[in-house]
Design a protein around this ligand. Structure first.
Ligand code: NAD
Length: 260
C-alpha cells in the first residue's frame, strides 16, 4: 500500500478550508487543520476522524493545531509540528484569510497591515517553510486561495484586493522557481462562496439580490465547489498544471460588466 499523503490546511476550521479538509480526508489524506479558532478546528477533527479515521491503517486521519498565521514564528512552528505529527508534508493549502473592507481614504490605520499579514505575508512564510521539506522529499503541491478580487478591483476592498493580487503573482513566481523540482504551485480564485466570511452580504436581502444578480450562474458557490478544485489541483490528474490561476466564480470573470 502506498504511503498516506499529508495535507496542511490553514483556515481549515471553517468555510472553504473546512470543506477542503473534508475533501482530502475523504481521499485518504491525513489532514492538519490549522486555525486560530481551536474549538472549531477540534470539532472538525473529531468529525473527520469519526467519519474517515476508522478505515485508515494509521488510525486517526485528522489533527488540528492553533495558529495565528499573521505571526511568522507560529507559521513556522505550524509547518514543523505538522511534519513531526504525520512524518511528511505533501500538500499545503494557504487558505486562511480575512475580508476587511474599506476604501483607502477611510480604512482604519491598522487595516492594511492586518490584512497583509494574514492574507499575504502568511502565504510567503508558510510557503518558505514548507518548501524546505518539499525540496528534500522531491515533491509537493501548494495551492493558494486567492480571489477574483485579486484579478480585478472591487469597490471598497482596497487592502483585500491588493493582498489577493499579490498572492496571485506570488503563486506564479513560486511555480516558476520550482517547476523543475516536482513541486507544483497553483491558485484558486473563488467568487462569492457561502461561508461566514461573506455572511454579512448574503444575509442582507437587498445587497444579496444585487450580488447574486452579478453572477452569471445566479447563485453563490458552496464551499465544496472550491474544495473540489483545490483537491484536483493537488492530484495527479493536474500533473501538468503549475502557476495556474483558476477562477471558480460561476462565470463572473467571463463577464465584461456591460449590461445584459
Ligand atoms: P471563513 O471565515 O469561513 O474561514 C476563514 C478561516 O480562516 C476561519 O476558520 C478563521 O478562523 C481562519 N483565520 C482567519 N484569520 C486567521 C489567522 N490570523 N490565523 C489563523 N486562522 C485564521 O472564510 P472563507 O470564505 O472560507 O475564506 C477562506 C479563504 O477564501 C480566504 O482566504 C478568503 O479570502 C477566500 N475567499 C473567500 C470568498 C468567499 O466568498 N467566501 C471569496 C473569495 C476568496
Amino acid at each position: 500500500m502506498s504511503k498516506q499523503k499529508v495535507a496542511l490546511i490553514t483556515g481549515g476550521a471553517s468555510g472553504i478550508g473546512a470543506a477542503t479538509a473534508r475533501r482530502f480526508a475523504s481521499n485518504h489524506y491525513r489532514v492538519m487543520i490549522a486555525d486560530r479558532n481551536l474549538a472549531q478546528a477540534e470539532e472538525l477533527k473529531n468529525t473527520l476522524n469519526a467519519e474517515y479515521g476508522s478505515n485508515q491503517p494509521n488510525g486517526d486521519i485528522a489533527d488540528c493545531l492553533e495558529v495565528d498565521v499573521s505571526q511568522r514564528s507560529q507559521v513556522e512552528q505550524m509547518v514543523t509540528s505538522t511534519q513531526q505529527r504525520f512524518g511528511s508534508l505533501d500538500v499545503l493549502v494557504n487558505n486562511a484569510g480575512v475580508s476587511g473592507s474599506g476604501p483607502v481614504a477611510t480604512a482604519p490605520a491598522d487595516h492594511w497591515q492586518k490584512v497583509m499579514d494574514i492574507n499575504l505575508n502568511a502565504v510567503f512564510w508558510a510557503t518558505k517553510a514548507v518548501l524546505q521539506i518539499m525540496l528534500k522529499q522531491g515533491s509537493g503541491n501548494i495551492v493558494n486561495t486567492a480571489s477574483i478580487s485579486g484579478l480585478s478591483g472591487d469597490y471598497g476592498f482596497s487592502s483585500y484586493s491588493a493582498s489577493k493580487a499579490a498572492v496571485i503573482n506570488l503563486t506564479r513566481t513560486t511555480a516558476l522557481d520550482h517547476a523543475r523540482d516536482n513541486i507544483r504551485v497553483n491558485a484558486v480564485c473563488p467568487g462569492a462562496v457561502v461561508t461566514p466570511l461573506i455572511a454579512g452580504v448574503l444575509n442582507n436581502k437587498n445587497i444579496a439580490e444585487n450580488a447574486l444578480d452579478a453572477i452569471p450562474m445566479g447563485r453563490a458557490a458552496q464551499p465544496e465547489e472550491i474544495a473540489n478544485v483545490i483537491h484536483f489541483l493537488c492530484s495527479d490528474e493536474a500533473s501538468f498544471m503549475t502557476g495556474a490561476v483558476i477562477p471558480v466564480d460561476g462565470g463572473m470573470t467571463a463577464w465584461s460588466g456591460q449590461p445584459r
